[in-house]
Design a protein around this ligand. Structure first.
Ligand SMILES: *Cc1c(COP(=O)(O)O)cnc(C)c1O
Length: 499
């Protein structure tokens, strides 16, 4: 590949722009009822809707071509840190599209869906075994939703002990994912930040200082968003418990621990898991996700209902009789077909092979970290877990170029950029999560590209400044896109005048 060559990429036109009056994509069957003049019947509605009028071939080409300008895990390496963009095995899709699952109606009486209930209970059982928790619920629809559900449980727990009134603070490390303080605020807590020590662990002295009887909980990500295993995790949990607080584990990325170690054994009271990250259900593009939560026995009285529960004889029932429950956190049973996919993935690996996921994820991340160390040093120099956080600070000092410029240039080399500028405490952060599903050849090609780009930063900095040059668009004004969001197509003025 010769990156940097400006490829002419045709700008895709919108389906509306391809519209020509009178073109049709389907043939209606011969009517056995009196004919109606649709145009007249719809009147001005049709003009107002501005529905595109296109033939079937145009529709097929339009969407097929659009799919070719997309970038996804099925088309290329996707090293986006903290996202676990692992391959979604096709066997998952096969089971999820089984009519016995796909065509169930959410309002069906539970007695008619023993297979679906078995899937739910099966995923719960397997996640209990993996995390060590006493109870799992699959209702939350995303990681952030799982965080919120856990904080609601913690709140109900403190309330039940008459301490809800005074415990108004949630502690969140300064490396945390933005959803953590957001979830705490959403549940009415005020947030107190806990700093990270020079080794990348929670600063124990600062934690001790922050702990008092107003603290409801500590939200801790392990491995942290620095890609590091919290070395003092048992001590951290002990300290929080001693102060009467609860410890929540942000387990969005369980990839380094699955089959190796269980968060419940570290002392956590509850956690969330992202099935759409660790357990291979598709994500990117906004869902649907599943933020399953696990909890210890003392929180079980408060779990969302209905509880999917295994009876003594192994059969599964729905239990709605939980007087202390926080109530439902989603409609029906959560994202049922995501559970089918996760179930398939879990069963495909089984207990014995589960640890291979973690071993390979950790090996791949450390391999990338070591290969890139000379050009992009690790932010904290110690073995990483499922992802590594590097810094482009030396390159910035030398050339003025930033992590963003490196990432934009990477697009010209055909790779999706890694996460930039997160965690916030690392200057010029580049966070790479290769996941376990990539080959050494792919990792080498990626590292070669990163090394070549870092050389270009010194020899030909304009290449980075102008990147990407191989795409339909170059540098976007990302702030404007957020501040003036406009995703609605409007007809050209000519149509507006006619209407
Ligand atoms: C992805 C992620 C979340 C949020 O998960 P969503 O499903 O996007 O809501 C929370 N914490 C960490 C560490 C994450 O990586």
């Amino acid at each position: 590949m010769t990156p940097g060559r400006r490829k002419t990429v045709p700008v895709p036109r919108l389906i509306f722009e391809k519209s020509r009056e009178g073109r049709m994509g389907c043939n209606a069957p011969v009517a056995d009822t009196p004919e109606v003049d649709l145009k007249a019947a719809m009147g001005s509605l049709r003009a107002e809707l501005h529905l595109p009028e296109v033939g079937e071939l145009e529709v097929v080409r339009h969407f097929t071509n659009l799919s070719h300008v997309n970038y996804g895990i099925d088309t290329g390496f996707y090293p986006l840190g903290s996202c676990s963009m692992k391959y979604n095995p096709r066997v998952n899709e096969r089971t999820a599209s089984h009519p016995g699952f796909a065509r169930l109606h959410p309002m069906q009486p539970p007695a008619t869906i023993p297979g679906a209930l078995e899937i739910l209970a099966g995923v719960q059982d397997m996640l209990c075994a993996i995390t060590g928790f006493d109870h799992i619920t699959l209702q939350p629809l995303a990681g952030a939703h799982g965080e919120m559900a856990c904080l609601m449980l913690i709140k109900a727990y403190h309330d039940s002990r008459g301490e809800g009134g005074k415990r108004k603070v949630v502690l969140v490390p300064d490396s945390a994912h933005g959803t953590n303080p957001a979830s705490a605020a959403r549940c009415g807590y005020s947030v107190r930040s806990v700093p990270t020590d020079p080794d990348g662990n929670t600063d124990l002295a600062a934690l001790r200082e922050a702990l008092d009887d107003t603290v409801a909980a500590l939200m801790l990500t392990n491995p942290s968003t620095l890609g590091l295993f919290e070395a003092n995790i048992v001590e951290v949990c002990r300290m929080v418990h001693e102060a009467g607080g609860q410890v929540f584990c942000d387990g969005a990325n369980m990839n380094a621990m699955v089959g190796m170690t269980r968060p419940a054994d570290h002392g956590f009271d509850c956690m969330h898991l992202n099935l759409h990250k660790t357990f291979s259900t598709p994500h990117g593009g906004g869902g649907p996700g599943c933020g399953a939560i696990g909890l210890q026995k003392h929180l079980e009285a408060f779990v969302p209902t209905p509880v999917v529960r295994r009876r003594a004889d192994g059969s599964v029932e729905l239990d709605a009789h939980r007087p202390l429950s926080i109530g439902r956190v989603s409609a029906y049973y959560g994202q049922f077909l995501m559970e089918v996919r996760a179930y398939t993935y879990l069963r495909a690996f089984g207990r014995e092979k589960m640890a291979d996921i973690a071993r390979h994820a950790v090996l791949n991340a450390n391999y990338v970290m070591e290969r890139l160390r000379a050009v992009l040093p690790p932010a904290y120099d110690r073995p990483c877990m499922h992802e590594c956080v590097l810094t482009a600070e030396p390159i910035k000092k030398e050339t003025g170029l930033r992590a963003l410029d490196i990432s934009k240039r990477l697009i010209d080399y055909g790779f999706h950029p890694p996460t930039n500028y997160f965690p916030l405490i690392v200057h010029e952060a580049i966070m790479i999560e290769p996941t376990e599903t990539e080959t050494k050849e792919t990792l080498d090609a990626f590292c070669d590209a990163m090394i070549a780009i870092c050389a270009e930063a010194r020899s030909n900095p304009e290449l980075l400044r102008n990147a990407p040059t191989t795409q339909i668009v170059g540098r976007l004004d990302e702030t404007a896109a957020v501040k003036n969001l406009d995703v609605r197509w409007r007809p050209p003025a000519r149509h507006a005048v006619e209407a």
